[in-house]
Design a binder for this molecule. Structure first.
Ligand SMILES: [Zn+2]
Length: 325
């Protein structure tokens, strides 16, 4: 059963908001769009293993996607997918590489060949083995668990050609296409026929892992060194994406396509949350939404039933759209 579903990573949402709110000639725009494409492709790749995992027996396997756990002070480790069973735990790292991948065991290197271009990457086996060691030490600190930890690198696209020129058994065992995942899990079941942990214990481990999961909260403007003043403000049209819409009585009107929307400010405030801050004052909201009166701004913010702190001009509304309620 799925304990933690795969959700769109916050960083991807931040990149989408940022790319849509940078002027075309902003110096970092190209970097942001490049990162956005990378992250989107990665996320789509990760989703490609959802389907083969459907076939696992619901009561024997507990699945957690996108886990980020504190390993040492200020150091987190991340796992794309963790599968817990009474017999073994399995770490899956999904790679969304296209082209031909040559796994060179002599130098532990991955060479990707696309359109005559060659690029080198770290061998992903090194990465999953590092994750296995981290998880092992994490589990032994928190649960005294001695369950075997297996790991796999899953290549999401069936069109990616995999080559193992030195015929390394480790490479052919650890690197698979996503369609082979169910067969691989059956092989692991045969390798570990005995149940070592009771289902109740696995449930408590997965609940604890879920609780310990810490989403990354990096400030994206700081990461890209973009001043807040470069961010385009205003409410975006829900139909033609024109920025900004104009406030009219009871809603928003798009000067480009004449679309009327009642709630278009929601997604603008979500962008504010992703890019600038998780709280907003009346003055800041008035500026960001292009409103011309304090009372309209106050009415809009109040109508959203946001929790707030403080009174009058100092009141800060908490933008809680992404919090688990
Ligand atoms: Zn429009």
């Amino acid at each position: 059963m799925i304990i933690k579903p795969r959700e769109m990573p916050k960083y991807l949402m931040q990149l989408e908001a940022l790319a849509s709110r940078l002027p075309i000639n902003q110096i970092k725009k190209e970097d942001v769009v490049k990162q956005l494409i990378n992250q989107r492709t990665g996320f789509n790749g990760e989703r490609s293993i959802n389907f083969p995992l459907i076939f696992l027996p619901q009561n024997d396997y507990f699945i957690l996607h996108n886990l980020r756990l504190l390993y040492q002070p200020n150091y987190y480790f991340q796992i794309d997918t963790l599968i817990l069973s009474g017999k073994f735990f399995l770490i899956i790292e999904v790679k969304n590489y296209f082209g031909t991948l040559i796994f060179e065991s002599m130098f532990d290197q991955l060479i990707r060949v696309t359109d005559e271009k060659e690029e080198g990457f770290e061998n992903p086996i090194l990465q999953v083995e590092r994750q296995s060691r981290q998880l092992k030490s994490y589990l032994s600190t928190h649960f005294f668990s001695t369950v075997p930890i297996e790991n796999l690198v899953v290549i999401s696209s069936p069109r990616t050609i995999l080559k193992n020129p030195s015929n390394s058994p480790l490479i052919s065992e650890k690197i698979i296409h996503s369609s082979k995942l169910p067969t691989k899990i059956i092989e692991l079941e045969n390798k570990y026929p005995n149940n070592i942990i009771a289902t109740k214990k696995i449930m408590s481990i997965s609940e604890k892992l879920l609780k310990e999961h810490t989403p990354d909260t990096k400030n994206i403007l700081e990461k890209f060194h973009i001043p807040e003043s470069d961010i385009l403000t205003g409410v975006r049209c829900t139909k033609c994406f024109h920025l900004p819409m104009k406030r009219i009585k009871g809603g928003w009107n798009c000067p480009a396509c004449n679309q009327i929307s009642i709630n278009a400010h929601f997604s603008a405030l979500k962008d504010y949350l992703l890019l600038i801050s998780n709280s907003i004052t009346n003055k800041e909201a008035r500026h960001f939404l292009h409103l011309n009166s304090d009372s309209t701004t106050k009415r809009l913010l109040k109508s959203m039933n946001l929790p707030y702190l403080g009174e009058n001009k100092g009141r800060k509304y908490r933008l809680n759209f992404l919090e688990n309620k």
